[in-house]
Every structure is written in C-alpha cells, then in structure tokens.
Design a binder for this molecule. Structure first.
Ligand code: OGA
Ligand code: NI
Length: 380
C-alpha cells in the first residue's frame, strides 16, 4: 500500500524518515531528469514529486476540465492587413484578452514545418542517451542554453513531472556554440518567425487597448525573449503529481507551441478548462505585467499542466519581457488608459523587482499570484 505523506509533512518537506534535500540532490545528480526515472522502469511516483492534496486535480470532478464545453477563443490573423478585417481581429483579440487571457492563434504566419521542427528537436534531445544530454545539464543562469529538471527543485514544496530546456535570447541570438547542434537550425529559425509574430501582436494588442498601434512597441516591454521548452514524460500515477503547478506568468505576453498531447488547463469562470491542441495554432496568454500596464483591462489567468499517462507532452514557451537595458525601467498603468473613473490599480514596478518578488516569495511558483502585492486600488 502506498502511504501518502500528510499535507503537513509534504509542505514542510520532511517527515520523520524522509530527507527531502537528499532525495532532491540524488535526483539532480543523475542529470537524467524525470525522463531518466521513467527509463529506469520506475512504476511509482517518488515522494519528491508528490504534491499536497490541495494542489492536485480531482480527476473525478466535473469542474476539473474534461466535462466542460468551454473553449479557449481562436483568433484568426488572416486578413489583419486589410483595414476592415483588421478591426474584427482587434475586437476578437480585445474580448479574448479581457475575458480568458488566453487565445489560440491561427494563420499567424509561422510555417508548420518550422513549428514541427522545433517540437521534434526537443523530443530528440530528451530521447538521446543520458550521458549525451547530461553534458548540458546545468543550473548556471549565465549559460545561454541549459537542460535541467525543476528550476526550483531545492526550494519548491514538491517537484513537478517534467524536464526543461532554456534558450536565452535576452541579449539577442546566443552564440551557436552555446547551443547543441540539433537545435541551431530549428530554434534559431523559429525565433525569427516568433519575432515577426510578436511585432504583429504588439500592434494588434495596442489597438485592442485603444492606443496607437506602435504604443506597446515604443514602451519596449517585450523586447526580450526566453524560450523555455518543457518535456512532460508519461506518468505512472498522474493523480499524485502535476506537470506544472497552477500559476500565472511573470511576463507581458507568452507565446506557446504545444504538441498534440494535451494536459494544459486554464482557469475560467471558476473552472479548469482543457486547452485542446489545435493543429498549427500558437497559443498566447496575457502575462501579469500586461495586466498591470493595462490597468486590469487585460487578464493574466492561472493555468497548469496535468501529469498524464499519455505522452510525452512537449511545449515551447516564448516569454516576452523587457530587454536587458529596460530591466530597471519602471512600468505602471498606461496613462492614456486612466481618468477620473479609471484610477491606477497598481503602483509602478520594474521587471527586476517584479520577477525577483515572483521568485523569492515562492508565491509565483506555488500557485498564488504575486500581482496583488503591487495593487493600490481594489478591483471593481
Ligand atoms: C509555463 C507554462 C505550459 C506548458 O512554462 O509558464 O505555463 O504547456 N507552460 O508547458
Ligand atoms: Ni505559464
């Protein structure tokens, strides 16, 4: 019989006979990630990965995703160069950003073979022999490319069921030598297309806020990218762990490419809604800082990824944040959106301050939004 830790024990991460720090260190030293556990024939989720019940989905409940007909809105960018059609695209985008905070984009201009190329390369990386990929395993922030499992392994309350790759484009394209050969062509190519899509979305979102199309571009809030790819291996006991704990993103905007294995859910009308993969689509979500500058007009919404028996799920997130030279630039609610009836809801903050708080409070990584910490007026 499997004995579950009491919620108290799993929160403090130490039971009488359990040394969490030791288990985390041993796992980290394998440099083989969660995929390595599965490859070694592990049929049970190790305790390190077991979440307290309040974080876990109740897979038998109706409000946990599968039972609802709600669907994340689809935005068709075809025709957004035509002024009449563009108005419809902007309206759709405004509605989606105000209500769901998430939307699936089709006809976005990124070729399907470029998207498939990135997903395939990620899969190949993780499916190489352990010794080969282990060479890239690192927690060193200075690296432009690294492979690791659970960035917060040593301080989270419970680990999540995934392995991660990070490509740091915050200073522009990294040196080719810093990135495994397998990724040079597909990821660099993908990034160029994502840049174009970002520029179009920046204009459309500016218009959706009722501002000049160049507004969000001019304030330089999305000049930098970090591409973070998650590989979620199949999980033998999905009811005990999570792929990604519920959170909202500490970004302005996130663009997400996902393969055909679902698992992602977003919070909408007090329910968890499955984000069913739409072939060829790019998923986008409003980040906390966009909610802040839009003065609550656009919503940064909680989302999570379930661990599942089917898989592997592969996702490639592109986090859009201010560039390196604007890390200390203060951003607050956009003045053009404020008047007597619309007072500022947040104080100004910098990306460095916001992200630092997100990480250090642990809140961002433990399912609680940190945005309320920056609030100065109560929501209407
Ligand atoms: C994230 C995230 C979702 C996914 O990395 O912030 O929400 O599908 N990822 O991996
Ligand atoms: Ni996220």
């Amino acid at each position: 019989m499997q004995i579950l830790p009491s919620p108290e024990e799993s929160i403090t991460c130490s039971g009488p006979h359990y040394d969490r720090a030791k288990e985390a260190k041993e796992f980290d030293e394998t440099k083989a990630g969660v995929k390595g556990l599965i490859d070694s024939g592990m049929a049970k989720v190790p305790r390190l990965f077991i979440h307290p019940p309040q974080n876990l989905p109740d897979l038998s409940s109706d409000t946990e995703g599968s039972a609802t007909d709600l669907k994340v809105p689809i935005i068709d960018m075809m025709g957004c160069q035509d002024s009449r059609l563009r108005r419809d695209v902007v309206d759709d985008l405004r509605r989606a950003s105000e209500t769901w905070g998430f939307f699936q984009i089709i006809n976005h201009g990124i070729p399907v073979d470029v998207m498939d190329g990135v997903l395939e390369a990620v899969k190949q990386f993780h499916e190489q022999p352990e010794g080969v990929k282990g060479e890239w395993y690192s927690r060193d922030d200075a690296r432009k490319f690294r492979y690791y499992s659970n960035g917060d392994l040593f301080w989270s309350k419970a680990a999540t069921w995934k392995d991660t790759l990070l490509f740091d484009f915050s200073f522009g394209e990294p040196d080719r030598e810093a990135v495994p050969l397998l990724f040079r062509e597909p990821v660099f190519e993908y990034e160029k297309h994502v840049e174009k899509l970002k520029r179009s979305l920046s204009e459309l979102l500016s218009e959706a806020l009722g501002l000049d199309s160049g507004y969000l571009g001019d304030i330089e809030c999305m000049d930098s990218k970090r591409i973070v790819s998650h590989y979620y291996p199949t999980c033998p006991e999905p009811e005990l762990t999570l792929g990604t704990i519920n959170h909202s993103d500490a970004t302005y905007l996130t663009l997400l490419l996902q393969n055909h294995h679902g698992g992602l859910q977003v919070r909408h009308q007090d329910q968890w809604v499955d984000v069913s993969p739409v072939p060829g689509a790019i998923l986008a979500n409003i980040g906390d800082l966009m909610q802040l500058v839009s003065n609550d007009k656009f919503k940064s919404v909680e989302h999570r990824v379930l661990a599942r028996k089917a898989g592997p799920r592969v996702s490639v997130a592109c986090f859009l944040v201010p560039g390196e030279t604007q890390m200390s630039k203060p951003y607050g609610p956009i003045k053009e959106l404020l008047d007597e009836d619309n007072p500022p809801m947040y104080r100004e903050t910098t990306f460095t301050e916001y992200f630092g708080f997100y990480l250090s409070s642990g809140n961002g990584l433990n399912g609680e939004s940190v945005l309320p910490h920056f609030r100065v007026s109560e929501p209407k």
